[in-house]
Structure formats: structure tokens, C-alpha cells
Design a binder for this molecule. Structure first.
Ligand code: PLP
Length: 428
């Protein structure tokens, strides 16, 4: 259904993007299908020439994936979206859609470990330099690293694993002033707690493998572009790739298209030629998650706050990092940018020392030792010996992690059960 924009997000999450086919199935059908039959050769020609939009091959588009794209674009308040096989692929495609060999991109110092490696190591192999700015000192650190070859500014709205909140408007004001595309990873916040587009962000990415799927059973990613991004890119000297003929697609100039050009280029350049495409099965699983995301993220947030309040008053526990606590330095930003001041389900705390942190992980019963987040089940991890074990002491400190840090992803269990489980493990 092409839905009016006036419906609320929770309604859109259930209905947007799906028009009944002849079978009128109430559950979205899974189009388990690779290629599509053209009515005649003229239609095939029109589709390849982008004169008619439609299915050609599932590496580019698939009806089940398309429903998820339309639905999430509408829930996020964006213009158009393209799914990928994982959140990591979404970020990579979004970045190479902006920058190429000889360019640079800027990233926040507090981001997901895999994304950090992409910036620091992988992009370099493609000739793209990555420069870092301090998310807690935006005015001083961000303008300094911008130059005429800067093509994107990337940050996370609620960062994983350091659990900080970005002052989004400060970043987008600087990006706009310099005519640079801003990209926000909204994975941990989800579209139900935070709306990056309302604060001037150009492109939102998500790992759909986390809260949107919500049950730890499918990987996926998405790139969503804002309304009006075409006008920002068209004629913008930084984005030559959109404004000059593309030899890989018979001299097509993206800026001349009357289509959402950021997404169309992700399709034509990156999905078509590299192919980290979301499968229809996984799109369907993620659609099931999206239907209840609003309810779940509320419960994750309420449970996490109760657990954080318990940990905060426990005498064997040091600092507790959770932006939902009024003492947390990010609490004012949470109030400004997040719905109901809900802070999602991620939190971390300091055990007495390395051994105590390990002992807590080994003595919990409900919490499972898992390097993931956003599952319906509660998860625990000791970053210093697992996800961040490659970092040296200085790098650990820069990443906001100590040998005694324990990270929790709070699930949907009864909060009191979680608190009792942690209490017995802490006091062992
Ligand atoms: C997990 C995660 C990613 C990577 O997503 P995958 O779907 O695992 O590839 C990117 N950003 C954030 C914030 C994440 O938590």
C-alpha cells in the first residue's frame, strides 16, 4: 500500500510498502526467485535503459526485499531505500557511493568495531583516506579535518560499544556548510527512538541484524536517503560521479534522472557489480521483526533502565554507562534527540577488576555470552578478552574500554529476573 505520510510510524511498520497481489495474502509473500520474465523484448530494453523501472534480476531487485525497503524508508521518514546482505555491506556501499580513490571520508571516534576497521584499514586499500573526529568535541575537531576532497561524514546516533549519543545537529550543520553528505548509523537507536533525518542527516544506514530483526535469526542492512537529497547532490562539485557520464552504464548521468539518485547508484553500481544483496528469506524474517519493533524497543529500553539502576547502586560495581541514567553525561542529548528519553538496550559497567568481569560472565544463567546485540534474549560479553582483544592498552582506552568493562545487551525477559541473575553472579 502506498500510505499517506500522516500515519504514525507504528502503523507504517505494519502496512507500508505492501500491495496485495492476486492472492491477497495478509503475510508478505516470499518471492523466492532469481530472474523475471519480460512481456516482450521492448519491455526488457526499457528496463535495462531505466525508462521503465521494474524487476530484471534479484541481485538488483526482488519484490519481498522491495517491500522491506519501502516499509523501512517510510518508517524512517526517508525518500527511498536499498537493502544489502548485512549492515557492514550497507555502510561500505554508502561510503563508496560518495568517495573514490584519492578522496577522504571522516568518521566519529566512537563507532562499532567492524566499522572502525573498515575506515582504518579496508578503505585505505581502495585509496580512500579516513580521518577521525571527536564526537564529544565536534566544533573543534570536525572542521579541522575537512578539505576539498572530503566526501562523507559518518557517525552513529547511539554508539556501540561506548554507548554515547551524538549531537546530531552540530554535525549536520557543519556538513551542510561544506556541502558534504552526512551518514548516520541508526542501528542501536532504531527509527522508533531517534529520527536522524529530522536533524539534517542525508543518509541513514542500519544493520537490520540487530533490533529490527530482533531475534538473532537473519543478517541484513539498509541504506536510506532523505527527501531532497537529489537537489543537494546535483551540481555539487564534490560529487562528480553523480554529475558526469558513467562509462559503466552507457554514459548515464545520475543527476539527470528523475529518481532518487543516491539509491539508484547503489543499485546500479554496487549491487549490480558487487552483489551483497539481501535474500528474500532474510527480508521476510526482518519484516516480521519490524512489525513489533516499536513494542520491543520500548521494552528493551525500560528493562535496561531498571538493570542500570540496580547496577548503579551495587557496591561491587563501578561506573555504569547508560544514557538513560540522569547522571550520565549524555542524558541531556538523550532528552533532546530520543523519544521518551528511551535509550535502547545496550549498557556497560565496570566490574571490580579483570577477574571479576570474567567471573560475572561465567556465573550468569539467563544472560548468554554472545558477541551481538539487539536480540530478544539478554546477552553479555567481556570486550577486553573478546571483541576488543586485538587492541593494545592505549587503543582500549581510546575505545572507552577497560579490562574490567562488561557489556550487556538487555533482552525482553522479566527485568527482575535479569537483576537477580546479575546480582548472584556479581556477588559470587
Ligand atoms: C552490528 C553492527 C553493524 C554491522 O552490521 P552486520 O549486519 O553485522 O554486518 C554496523 N553498525 C552497528 C552499530 C552494529 O551494531
Amino acid at each position: 500500500m502506498t500510505m499517506k505520510k500522516t500515519y504514525s510510524q507504528s502503523t507504517l511498520a505494519l502496512h507500508a510498502g505492501y500491495e496485495f497481489d492476486t492472492q491477497r495474502t495478509i503475510s508478505v509473500p516470499i518471492y523466492q526467485n532469481t530472474a523475471y520474465s519480460f512481456e516482450n523484448l521492448q519491455q526488457a530494453k526499457a528496463r535495462f535503459g531505466l525508462e521503465e523501472l521494474g524487476n530484471i534480476y534479484s541481485r538488483l531487485t526482488n519484490p519481498t526485499v522491495d517491500i522491506l525497503q519501502r516499509r523501512l524508508a517510510s518508517v524512517e521518514g526517508g525518500a527511498f531505500a536499498v537493502c544489502t546482505s548485512s549492515g557492514s555491506a550497507a555502510l561500505f556501499y554508502a561510503l563508496v557511493n560518495c568517495a573514490q580513490n584519492g578522496d577522504n571520508v571522516i568518521y566519529s571516534n566512537k563507532i562499532y568495531g567492524g566499522s572502525q576497521t573498515l575506515f582504518c584499514h579496508t578503505l585505505k586499500r581502495f585509496g580512500i583516506e579516513a580521518r577521525v573526529f571527536d564526537i564529544d568535541d565536534i566544533e573543534n575537531s570536525l572542521p579541522k579535518v575537512i578539505d576539498s576532497n572530503t566526501k562523507a561524514i559518518f557517525f552513529e546516533s547511539l554508539s556501540n560499544p561506548q554507548i554515547s549519543i551524538a549531537d546530531v545537529e552540530k554535525i549536520t550543520q557543519i556538513a551542510k556548510k561544506h556541502q558534504i553528505i552526512s551518514i548516520c548509523d541508526n542501528t542501536v537507536a532504531t527509527p522508533f527512538l531517534h529520527h536522524p533525518f529530522e536533524f539534517g542527516v542525508d543518509v541513514v544506514t542500519h544493520s537490520l541484524s540487530k533490533y529490527v530483526n530482533g531475534q538473532g535469526n537473519a543478517l541484513g542492512g539498509i541504506i536510506i536517503e532523505r527527501d531532497g537529497l537529489n537537489a543537494f547532490i546535483k551540481g555539487n562539485a564534490r560529487y562528480g560521479a553523480f554529475n558526469t557520464p558513467d562509462a559503466s552504464y552507457h554514459g548515464l548521468v545520475y543527476a539527470d534522472l528523475d529518481l532518487p539518485i543516491f539509491s539508484i547508484r547503489v543499485l546500479i553500481e554496487w549491487l549490480r557489480n558487487i552483489g551483497a544483496t539481501l535474500s528474500p528469506q532474510n527480508a521476510w524474517l526482518i519484516l516480521q521483526g519490524l512489525e513489533t519493533l516499536n513494542l520491543r524497543i520500548t521494552q528493551h529500553s525500560q528493562n535496561a533502565l531498571k538493570v542500570a539502576e540496580f547496577l548503579e547502586q551495587h557496591s561491587n560495581i563501578g561506573e555504569v554507562s547508560y544514557p538513560g541514567l540522569s547522571k550520565n553525561p549524555y542524558y541531556p542529548l538523550l532528552k533532546k534527540y530520543f523519544k521518551n528519553s528511551y535509550a535502547s538496550g545496550l549498557l556497560s559497567f565496570e566490574a571490580k577488576d579483570y577477574e571479576h568481569a570474567q567471573s560475572i560472565c561465567n556465573h550468569v544463567e539467563i544472560f548468554k555470552i554472545v558477541a551481538n546485540l539487539g536480540d530478544s534474549k539478554s546477552l553479555i560479553i567481556h570486550p577486553a578478552s573478546t571483541t576488543h582483544s586485538q587492541l593494545n592498552a592505549d587503543e582500549l582506552k581510546d575505545a572507552g574500554i577497560t579490562p574490567s568493562t562488561v557489556r550487556l545487551s538487555i533482552g525482553l525477559e522479566c527485568a527482575q529476573d535479569l537483576i537477580e541473575d546479575l546480582k548472584q553472579a556479581i556477588e559470587k
